[in-house]
Design a protein around this ligand. Structure first.
Ligand SMILES: Nc1ncnc2c1ncn2[C@@H]1O[C@H](COP(=O)(O)OP(=O)(O)O)[C@@H](O)[C@H]1O
Ligand SMILES: [Mg+2]
Length: 263
């Protein structure tokens, strides 16, 4: 679904990505770890074609976007949902308008269809009752959930999350990660989860969602070795990938970052 081939990116004198290669399969979740300034958001911007690599290739769903025209990039971006840190809602718009914005802009649906889509996605994040609220009336966690609903409204094949749990209390953080797990396990989306929060990433790798007989979603924690979730990790350090592998391998590694977390 996503492939980086020997990607290099510098800003002025600073080399931010130095020979980065990886692939993300359909349905896979790739967690990208790394400290602040390590190039995580830069990778997301490259996937969206908002910036271009200095060299190397980036393929999305088999298409090389490296030198693609802005017009063709618009159609690539249509299949990608982006969840920003802080939710990044438009403050002057209601929740309904925020979530429906992309559909209104596209102009392909009438108002009733947009309303139905907005309600369905707010239902997915458990916030139907907030539809008439303004962002200023929402808690931090609710804003993130609205941000997720907004990212999902165009039925994207890929969802990119940029530090979706940053600054949240543990309970709210859990709610957000559970939503991400639900999306992964019930909708099968491909996702890129950028974070420096190893705890949130651990939940993502060790828990899974199942639909119970009554239709409710249940979260179970289990061994990821069971192959229930296709989650893989990359860690960035000094512009390079210093680790690539599965959760158990990450936890068994001697990376200082991981050892601090485990202890
Ligand atoms: N547009 C830009 N111009 C100049 N420097 C940038 C730009 N975008 C990012 N950087 C620099 O690149 C490095 C990596 O940034 P970023 O990808 O945002 O890191 P992260 O998301 O891991 O915190 C940082 O040192 C940042 O200052
Ligand atoms: Mg960032």
């Amino acid at each position: 679904m996503i492939e980086f081939r020997q990607v290099y990116k510098s800003f002025e004198e600073q080399q931010v990505l130095n020979d980065i290669s990886f692939t993300i399969d359909r349905g896979e979740t790739k967690v990208i770890l790394g400290e602040s300034g390590s190039g995580k958001s830069t990778i997301l911007k490259l996937i969206l074609g908002l910036i271009r690599p200095d060299s190397g290739k980036i393929l999305i769903d088999g298409r090389d976007i490296t030198r693609m025209s802005e017009r063709d990039l618009v159609s690539i971006r249509r299949d990608i949902g982006m969840v920003f840190q802080e939710g990044a809602l438009f403050d002057s718009m209601s929740v309904r308008e925020n979530v429906g914005y992309r559909l209104s802009e596209e102009g392909k649906m009438d108002e009733d269809e947009i309303e139905a889509a907005v309600l369905r996605h707010l239902g997915f994040v458990g916030l139907e009752e907030a539809i008439d609220k303004m962002p200023s009336e929402l808690s931090g966690g609710m804003k993130r959930r609205v941000g997720i609903a907004r990212a999902l409204v165009g039925a994207p094949k890929v969802v990119l999350y940029d530090e979706p749990t940053a600054g949240l209390d543990p309970i709210t953080k859990r709610t957000i990660v559970e939503l991400m797990i639900k999306l992964r396990d019930t909708e099968g989306v491909t996702s890129v989860f950028v974070t420096h929060d190893l705890h949130a990433a651990s939940i993502m790798a060790t828990e899974y969602a199942v639909t119970a007989q009554n239709g409710a979603i249940e979260f179970k924690s289990g061994k990821y070795e069971a192959g229930l979730a296709n989650v893989n990790f990359i860690m960035l350090q000094d512009a390079s990938i210093c680790f690539e592998g599965r959760y158990e391998e990450l936890m068994g590694s001697s990376l200082p970052y991981v050892e601090t977390f485990v202890s």
